[in-house]
Write a protein that binds this ligand. Structure first.
Ligand code: GDP
Ligand code: CA
Length: 338
């Protein structure tokens, strides 16, 4: 296998990619050529305009993580960050104050916003940014592509007794960063998703791949939105590539993030089996040829197999790239042609 495509969110996807790339580099992935190329199709429904800047959290998390520029402790944003811009904005009483923009990070958003203003699509802007972060490390071995060049935003309806409708709608980032996903998400609205078109290269990356991986990213607001871009799900259904997914839920709970709140809001059981069944077997109109669950969820293997989804159970904690590489190897082994 030479062409691998990964449909990624931010933190979960980026950690998985670190392990996958480690596995490719050390030759430990079954059937994967050492010069395999990885295309990352990243979620952009978390994107927001803030203080006049276009911010793409998932693209940046993948870019900084793979480019070794991520703040490892925080899990997002630039390493060695300072916060003078934020302090100055606060001194002006400029809202919103809940979204943190580090000084170094601001430079990324300035470059992006300028290029968008000059008429470049997000996919070309991303390519330009990756010339700094990915090209020197991976050559053409890793390509990062936004799911769409169009503006798509996940919005979350939450209860608000002060509003006449009893509800208030906030941007996904406000739900996550300001509210810390601490209140139920009553409804999710993916603004612009149905009208969006895949960015250049997205469909080809799926139909032309040997292997497509759904990493342990949020199944609703990361992978779910990518699958929601018209044409993407169909490409997955018809690709000759094998498609394998890895559960973001371990023992009925998400590890980092808020998959629990998102799954609950769309009525999907919060379990490894629930997510696997939600994606569905490719043999019956879904997107999976195989599904990896954590060892502690091995009890659900039978139920998934009955639904036509070959499933294996291995440790799914992505504690370091080497452990994650073993997880990637198990996923690939599950769907590899005999
Ligand atoms: P986000 O965009 O930053 O929220 O990141 P993703 O959507 O890519 O991934 C978030 C999801 O990754 C979380 O909801 C978790 O369910 C999952 N996750 C994070 N760390 C781990 C891990 O170590 N193992 C597994 N199996 N899932 C994880
Ligand atoms: Ca995200």
């Amino acid at each position: 296998m030479r062409n691998i495509t990964v449909l990624s969110g931010g933190v979960g996807g980026a950690r998985f990619l670190q392990g996958l790339l480690r596995g490719i580099a050390d030759g430990s992935l079954p059937g994967v050529s050492p010069d395999a190329e990885v295309t990352v199709v990243a979620n952009t429904a978390d994107d927001l305009w803030i203080h006049g800047l276009k911010v793409c959290p998932d693209l940046d998390t993948v870019m900084y993580t793979l480019g070794d520029g991520i703040d490892v402790e925080r899990g997002w944003g630039h390493a060695d960050e300072t916060w003078s811009v934020m302090e100055e904005l606060r001194a002006y009483d400029v809202e919103p104050t809940w979204f943190n923009l580090g000084d170094r990070d601001v430079a990324t958003h300035l470059v992006r916003t300028q290029m968008l203003d000059a008429g470049y699509p997000l996919s070309e802007v991303t390519e330009a940014l990756c010339r700094r972060w990915l090209l020197p490390r991976y050559g053409h071995g890793v390509r990062l592509v936004p799911m769409t060049d169009d503006r798509v935003e996940t919005h979350v309806a939450i209860a608000d007794p002060d509003s006449p409708s009893g509800r208030r709608v906030v941007h996904f980032q406000e739900y996550w960063v300001r509210l810390r996903a601490s209140v139920p998400a009553e409804l999710l609205v993916f603004v612009g998703l149905e009208e969006s078109t895949p960015a250049r290269g997205v469909l080809d990356a799926i139909t032309g791949a040997d292997l497509v991986i759904l990493p342990p990213s949020n199944p609703v607001v990361s992978v779910g939105t990518i699958l929601g871009v018209p044409g993407v799900r169909e490409a997955l259904v018809r690709t000759s590539a094998r498609v394998v997914g890895i559960s973001p839920i371990i023992g009925g709970q998400h590890v980092r993030g808020m998959a629990e709140q998102m799954l609950t809001s769309i009525g999907v059981e919060v379990s490894a089996a629930g997510v696997g069944l939600h994606y569905g077997a490719r043999t019956s109109g879904g997107v999976l040829d195989g599904w990896l669950v954590d060892s502690s969820d091995s009890g659900s293997v039978g139920r998934l197999a009955e639904a036509g989804i070959p499933t294996a159970a291995v440790p799914l904690w992505m504690s370091d790239p080497q452990t994650t590489a073993r997880m990637a190897a198990a996923a690939i082994d599950l769907v590899r042609a005999p």
